[in-house]
Write a protein that binds this ligand. Structure first.
Ligand code: FES
Length: 102
């Protein structure tokens, strides 16, 4: 069963025809070439697949296409272009933060 699903991805309205149970992680990687979110555990434990969904950090391996419909999704590819990310990046660099713990 295929459905037409629309959502906002990195500020752009996108539409695709897909299985409503398909994982958001696979959609953003395979259909929209956003490879920043990665598959680690595939079961919601590691956070390697994290994206912002309506401003909340979620694990995209646990989000279906149907759950993403009508939502505003940001991946690191879009988020890194924002002013907020630039500020954060500059502050992390300024304080010499290079790894976990910051
Ligand atoms: Fe580990 Fe999604 S792949 S939380």
């Amino acid at each position: 069963m295929m459905e037409v699903i629309s959502f906002k991805l990195n500020g752009q309205e996108v539409t695709l025809k897909t299985d409503p149970f398909r994982r958001l992680l696979d959609i953003i990687r395979e259909d929209f070439d956003c490879k920043g979110a990665k598959e680690g555990c595939g079961e919601g434990e590691c956070g390697a697949c994290a994206v912002l969904l309506d401003g909340r950090l979620v694990n995209s391996c646990l989000i279906t296409a149907a759950m993403a419909a009508g939502k505003n999704i940001w991946t690191i590819e879009g988020y890194r272009e924002t002013e907020r990310f630039q500020l954060l990046k500059n502050k992390l660099a300024e304080h010499g933060s290079i790894q976990c713990g910051f």
